[in-house]
Design a protein around this ligand. Structure first.
Ligand SMILES: [Zn+2]
Length: 485
């Protein structure tokens, strides 16, 4: 009898155990996802709102180049905004009274704020962002005002205010026009715009439809939602380093850093830079330093850097030998009237090819260039894709660069020194040097790796391309040696 009681008891416990296991399994296996989502939603009270509902621009390690800075923004609920005491007044009076108070807190024209409120209300928006970068004292003033229906909330700003990567990324329009106006923002506007970030601001209202004070809104985040993005070849660590140095040492200029093997652009910066939040119309009309111009993609006379191409062509055509000796007496004389001087007025004297290159001696390179002719120089410029403006993932409005040399000696001489007849971009010069460094192998440079649209479709930009051997390995290696000398 006792034994059978124990057996029943055991059976009872076993049943209970199985039941509990089943319950746990049910929650784990079937309900787990739902619970996790709810927990995430609760945590999301801390989520920062994104300044613009746009897809992200990421670097090659998927680190964000946009939405990387936090700030505080001011939001208004037009249906709820009022001064305490403003009880039975018309809606427009309510809004204009509130606009005056907000204006004095933010040191802005009340009319502008009133306009924003009215526009937002007319568009049926429940929540309107009035300002996106509040200073501590402004936050204090807003919190100390007797306004209800306003909220100070953390926001992820799309751009850094210091002009970091500004030329490449570009910017979006102002005052409600959130379309891309320059750079990648403009080129990829349809991919990036209106991206469902899965964020929604919802006001919390009681049964009477009145917004609950202190709980005025929350951010609803849908964990499942897709966000479009643009993945660049830029390495933000390299970019950061380049810009830091440029901020200290370069007033006007550009830097391009390229991976020799993949020809991916790791950093591209231009100075002076600009603040993407600036009033662009105002900036354009006063832009004496062309701070909006991306100098990395603008054409210039390359100067002595063009001697790299002259050297490559001469070596490849066997018009020069590394053992050749040149003589520089300070200038190259064409005739009685015409001479081009060396940058070193006293002259370099007798010097070998490597020395002539290392010292960037003008007369020596004029002699080398004249041993070739203008057609051969132009052929090599084309062969080495020097004026090719391809930058995968980044299309330009118009063609900028050229190598166009007249068939007369002074013109050839000027071109050999990278002056008249030669206009190239810093990116093209970087590409030329990368070709030399890669033993004469050329491939088009790229700056975007792939895009992911809102449906999650990934599109590769570059793909696998065979490199093109544009000059011999031997010539390339000789130039590597003399460049290192
Ligand atoms: Zn010289």
């Amino acid at each position: 009898v006792i034994r059978s009681r124990i057996a029943w008891l055991m059976l009872g416990f076993l049943t209970l155990f199985l039941f509990l296991t089943g319950v746990i399994a049910y929650y784990q296996l079937y309900k787990g996802e739902e619970i996790a989502r709810e927990a995430a939603a609760m945590r999301n009270k801390k989520t920062e709102i994104q300044e613009y509902s746009r897809g992200a621009i990421l670097d090659c390690n998927h680190l964000p180049l946009t939405e990387s800075v936090s700030a505080y923004a001011l939001y208004c609920l037009p249906g709820d905004i009022k001064l305490s005491g403003d009880q039975e007044v018309s809606e427009n009076k309510r809004l204009s009274d509130a606009a005056k108070v907000i204006g004095s807190c933010l040191n802005k024209e009340p009319e502008l704020i009133y306009k924003q409120l009215i526009e937002g209300k007319t568009q049926g928006r429940g929540i309107i962002r009035i300002a996106s970068d509040l200073k501590p004292q402004e936050i204090q003033k807003i919190n100390g005002s007797n306004l209800s229906g306003v909220i100070v909330a953390p926001v992820l700003k799309r751009y850094r205010g210091d002009g970091f990567c500004a030329h490449l990324i570009g910017y979006v329009g102002k005052a409600g026009d959130n379309t891309g106006k320059a750079g990648l923002e403009r080129l990829y506007n349809s991919l990036l715009e209106g991206s469902d970030t899965g964020q929604e601001i919802v006001s919390v209202q009681d049964a009477r439809g009145i917004t609950i004070q202190g709980l005025m809104f929350r951010i609803r985040q849908d964990q499942q939602s897709q966000k479009s993005c643009l993945v660049l070849t830029i390495d933000s660590r390299v970019q950061e380093l380049v810009e830091k140095v440029m901020n200290k040492q370069v007033q006007k200029g550009a830097v391009v850093v390229m991976d020799v093997d993949s020809k991916e652009v790791l950093a591209m910066a231009s100075r002076p830079t600009f603040n993407p939040y600036a009033d662009m119309q105002d900036l354009i009309s006063h832009d004496q330093n062309s701070s909006l111009t991306n100098r990395a993609l603008s054409r210039y006379h390359p100067g002595s850097l063009f001697k790299i191409l002259v050297a490559a062509a001469a070596l490849e055509e066997k018009a020069v030998d590394v053992d050749d000796i040149f003589e520089c007496n300070g200038s190259y004389r064409f005739n009685e009237e015409l001479a081009i001087s060396c940058w070193q007025e006293s002259g370099h004297g007798k010097l070998g090819f490597a020395e002539a290159f290392a010292n960037s001696c003008n007369p020596a390179f004029i002699e080398i260039g004249l041993n070739l002719n203008q057609q051969i120089l132009m052929d090599y410029a084309r062969k080495m894709h020097l004026t090719d403006e391809t930058l995968i993932g980044y299309s330009k409005d118009k063609e900028y660069s050229y190598v166009n040399i007249a068939p007369v000696k002074p013109a050839i001489a000027n071109a050999c020194l990278g002056q008249q007849g030669v206009m190239l971009t810093p990116l093209q010069i970087c590409s030329l040097i990368a070709t030399i460094a890669d033993d004469g192998r050329w491939a088009p440079p790229s700056i975007v790796r792939y895009t992911v649209d809102k449906q999650g479709n990934r599109k590769e930009m570059a793909g696998i391309r065979a490199k093109e051997q544009v000059i011999s390995k031997k010539t390339a290696q000789t130039i590597q040696e003399i460049m290192g000398a």
